[in-house]
Write a protein that binds this ligand. Structure first.
Ligand code: ATP
Length: 201
């Protein structure tokens, strides 16, 4: 059975931590493909997020070298609010014979109970989680406890073994604002794109 990883994020911008965990997820879970899903422009909210077209373009540049990686604009072109539950349903319908994994960092997992229809969501996909500095599974909210225990036992929750990366998009945006270089933090093509479009100034 084919295995597909779905990796949602704001990717504002995509950085080497994202690429590091995506590669590690693909290696450790034996994924055939990882699809990066940049979030859309905020619905009825001004959050200061960079326009989706830029975040999508940077994601495309960053994943170009790994043939297991692809990008989808599924969460960008949808009208109205986009929920992960709906995204997963779209992929479930499109790939009925494929095992699906939703990939995320530990900070996201600790918020999972706030996602719309999360308890149904975790029945449609396996969840795979990368460690993140300062975030620990044993800090999970009570709302997650029962599911966590069960998912760890039945093997539908996967904890990545790879060493953690402490890069964040916040750090990248701060560095650009401060005029610092981004070497080792983002793909060179992404760094050039940020420069050319004057992002994060
Ligand atoms: P920001 O600093 O703006 O909050 P971010 O670096 O967390 O951004 P996102 O695009 O929000 O980036 O992250 C997408 C997903 O990737 C989330 O599930 C997040 O937990 C995960 N992630 C991002 N960076 C890392 C990292 N260095 N290690 C593990 N997971 C990460």
């Amino acid at each position: 059975m084919k295995k597909l990883g779905l990796f949602g994020g704001t990717f504002d911008p995509i950085h080497n931590g994202h690429l590091h965990i995506a590669r590690a997820f693909a290696d450790e879970l034996g994924l055939d493909t990882v699809i990066f899903l940049p979030a859309g422009d905020p619905y009825h909210k001004n959050t200061g997020r960079t326009l989706a077209k830029h975040r999508l373009a940077m994601t495309e540049l960053a994943v170009a070298d790994d043939e297991r990686f692809a990008v989808s604009d599924c969460d960008i072109v949808r009208e109205g609010a986009t929920y992960t539950f709906d995204t997963i349903q779209i992929f479930r319908q499109q790939f009925p014979q494929t095992k699906l994994y939703w990939l995320m960092g530990m900070d996201s997992l600790l918020q999972l109970h706030t996602w719309s229809r999360w308890q149904s969501l975790v029945k449609m996909v396996d969840i795979a989680v990368a460690a993140r500095e300062g975030e620990q599974l044993n800090h999970a909210s009570k709302a997650l406890h029962q599911w966590l225990g069960q998912a760890l036992q039945d093997g539908s929750l996967h904890l990545l073994q790879a060493p953690l990366s402490n890069i964040s998009s916040t750090e990248i945006r701060e560095k650009v604002r401060a005029g610092a270089g981004l070497e080792g933090l983002v793909d060179r093509r992404v760094e050039r794109y940020i420069e050319q479009h004057g992002l994060y100034r």
